[in-house]
Design a protein around this ligand. Structure first.
Ligand SMILES: NC(=O)c1ccc[n+]([C@@H]2O[C@H](COP(=O)([O-])OP(=O)(O)OC[C@H]3O[C@@H](n4cnc5c(N)ncnc54)[C@H](OP(=O)(O)O)[C@@H]3O)[C@@H](O)[C@H]2O)c1
Length: 164
């Protein structure tokens, strides 16, 4: 079983604002779909709430939603009330942690890999990605080429990290 965190952030670490993503980069959404399809995904209740109802549960993936609320229900998803319960629901499969800020911070110490998209925008926000300490994380196949989104011309690049 491996645990991979996947997120998109600005160069200063912003991942969300007012419960949504502060950009629209469809190529990154396709990248997210391709990598996570077929695997269990773990998310916080905040991220579940941020998904438009027609897009949840994320299809072709077991969706596991973390909440401390014993009464919370998420139609079509499994609900876990702490990290250990979420891992039990994963049942030794390779799991992807898909946000948001609180849940990335919770799982980073357990993570084997991080798939990070850098979005070259200078925007404010209220939710941040964890910092990847160079002593703990090594970038694989570094390629600093920026790509350009067909939707609006936003520049972005994909980065992969493994724990040292
Ligand atoms: N850029 C990206 O890649 C990306 C990806 C995902 C999300 N986002 C953005 O991130 C934002 C949401 O992130 P967020 O930090 O506000 O929320 P979040 O991490 O998605 O969820 C936080 C919630 O998770 C539950 N939780 C946290 N720790 C827990 C624990 N130890 N045990 C059980 N439950 C726990 C709590 O739910 P209860 O309050 O119900 O107890 C908490 O309120 C949105 O703006 C979203 O658009 C960005």
């Amino acid at each position: 079983m491996t645990i991979t965190l996947i997120w998109a952030q600005t160069p200063t670490g912003i991942i969300g604002r007012d419960g949504t993503l502060p950009w629209h980069v469809p190529e990154d959404m396709a990248h997210f779909r391709d990598l996570t399809r077929g695997h269990p995904v773990i998310m916080g209740r905040g991220t579940w709430d941020s998904l438009p109802p027609r897009f949840r549960p994320l299809p072709d993936r077991d969706n596991i939603v973390l909440t401390r609320d014993p009464l919370f229900e998420a139609a079509g998803a499994l609900v876990a009330h702490d990290l250990e319960e979420a891992l039990r629901l994963v049942e030794n499969r390779d799991a992807w942690v898909v946000g948001g800020g609180e849940i990335y911070a919770l799982f980073l110490p357990l993570a084997h890999r991080v798939e990070r998209t850098l979005v070259s925008l200078d925007v404010g926000g209220d939710t941040r990605a964890p910092t990847l300490d160079r002593l703990d994380w090594k970038r694989t196949e570094p390629d600093d080429t920026w790509l350009t989104s067909t939707a609006g011309g936003t520049r972005y690049r994909f980065e992969s990290y493994v724990r040292r």
